[in-house]
Design a protein around this ligand. Structure first.
Ligand SMILES: CC(C)[C@H](C(=O)O)[C@@H](O)C(=O)O
Ligand code: SF4
Length: 453
């Protein structure tokens, strides 16, 4: 699949050397685009294809009073994107717009993300869009400028890795646990230099939003991108969306070719059986420092482990069920979509979050927030004692007012648990929305395979 898409996009250059690749969709957010536009301005250049470019504000957006931005840098980045979009004629889901949301949530939601495309964005979690059977990867700010000016990018073709995921997921175990399990077993660098493709019966049986969760975190395993080949599930998801092709039958005929014909096509294959998979929880300070919920945290092997234990205030031999959870975060481009909120709400329904615990629910986009309100999910969260907020990146990273206090253990549906990621001194424990919901109720994680909430 990767080669088929790649070959259709090569403009010039030889395999093994940087090749000039055509870009079908360029997504922008306020953090990594200001200097790129500045570069265009200095060189008196325009944006080559405004019709293939789409922008939104997500990282810096407050999730309570969205127009009341106190941080000067945040305000400047947001105002600058608005100004640049106006000046260069770029489509923008601006502050308060009905389409605003996390860039990796709104691309698919608006039907901008489509199979067979090359998609780039100045953001590492661009990998999310690979779930549609596209080549999607994050780029740096100088590359953002290059794509804005030329609609192309220089890239050396990565190697390909097939990740064969098979078996039926146990009760209480989700796509998030699969990708966390893969990273925990293979390490945070196993994917370095590779474009990964997930396939197998488990993947075929998954909905698009779970596939997005998987591909989103492929990058946390070091891969350049994650992907899933497009199938009927993909076509049904794209069909009818705002920017989906009008002649959908013709588009589907074209998309159907993007499959991997044989496992021999991959440079490397990993096998992952999910039939006995447990829910995963991170104990440390990178996504690979994770254990099945029923296992003890590992012994200290090196300085990194020691440092991680010191930071999180936990000890080898303890279990995820021992972590004193005082905060819960539902959101991010990993698990802030409607299906994620539904799963969490189903668990929280009729319960209240633990005494002294704070829980934030931050839908991945305004459309998700509105849909959730239509079907009454907001009420379930609020009745359970959670705060129902405006969309944005929020506590996924501390670039906006949503910070987890120092020393506090936060069960989080996001994708990174680096030191200080959710605020200085905050202690992040990554898990699935279901696991975070259960932890919010009990004040600690439980084994969702065995225990009822
Ligand atoms: C701010 C941005 C460049 C960054 C990324 O590239 O991923 C952010 O989205 C993150 O998740 O850390
Ligand atoms: S939600 Fe988190 S991971 Fe996703 S783009 Fe925003 S900051 Fe990055």
């Amino acid at each position: 699949m990767f080669d088929k898409i790649w070959d259709k996009h090569v403009i010039t250059g030889k395999t093994g050397e940087p090749q000039l690749i055509y870009v079908d969709l360029h997504l922008l957010h306020e953090v990594t685009s200001p200097q790129a536009f500045e570069g265009l301005r200095e060189n008196h250049r325009r944006v080559r294809r405004t019709d293939k470019t789409f922008a939104t504000m997500d990282h810096n957006v407050p999730t309570v009073d969205i127009f009341n931005i106190k941080d000067e840098i945040a305000k400047k980045q947001i105002d600058t994107l608005q100004k640049n979009a106006d000046e260069f004629g770029i489509r923008l889901a601006g502050m308060g717009d009905k389409d605003q949301g996390i860039i990796h949530v709104i691309g698919p939601q608006l039907g901008l993300t489509q199979p067979g495309m090359v998609i780039v964005c100045g953001d590492s979690h661009t990998a999310t869009h690979g779930a549609f059977g596209s080549i999607a990867f994050g780029i740096g700010t100088s590359e953002v400028e290059h794509v804005l000016a030329t609609q192309t990018i220089w890239q050396t073709k990565p190697k390909t890795m097939g990740i064969h995921v098979h078996g039926k997921l146990p009760r209480g175990v989700y796509a998030k646990d699969i990708i966390m399990g893969i990273i925990a077993r293979q390490g945070v660098a196993f994917g370095t230099g590779y474009a990964a493709e997930f396939y197998g019966d488990t993947i075929s049986n998954m909905g698009m939003e779970e596939r997005m969760t998987l591909c989103n975190m492929a990058i946390e395993g070091g891969a350049k991108m994650g992907s899933v080949h497009p199938d009927q599930t993909t076509f049904d998801y794209v069909k009818g969306r705002q920017y989906a092709p009008k002649n959908i039958d013709k588009a589907i005929d074209y998309w159907k070719q993007f499959t991997t014909d044989s496992e021999d096509a991959y440079d490397r294959v990993i096998d992952f059986d999910v039939s006995d998979l447990a829910p995963y929880v991170t104990w440390g300070t990178n996504p690979g420092m994770a254990v099945p919920v029923d296992r003890q945290f590992p012994e200290i092997k090196d300085d990194d482990d020691q440092k991680a234990y010191d930071y999180v205030g936990l000890k080898p031999g303890e279990k995820a069920t021992d972590i004193p959870i005082k905060w819960a975060f539902f959101g991010s481009c990993t698990n802030g979509r409607l299906s994620d909120l539904k799963i969490a709400a189903a668990i929280l329904k009729g319960h209240h979050i633990a005494k002294g615990l704070t829980a934030w629910v931050v839908p991945g986009s305004r459309a998700i927030r509105e849909r959730a309100e239509e079907i009454g999910i907001d009420k379930i969260f609020k009745d359970a004692g959670c705060e129902w907020r405006e969309p944005g990146c929020s506590a996924c990273l501390g670039m906006n007012p949503d910070h987890v206090p120092a020393g506090i253990h936060c069960a989080s549906t996001s994708n990174r648990n680096f030191e200080g990621r959710q605020g200085a001194g905050s202690r992040t424990h990554l898990a699935s929305p279901a696991m975070v919901a259960a932890a919010a109720i009990h004040g600690h994680f439980i084994d969702l395979r065995k225990e009822q909430v």
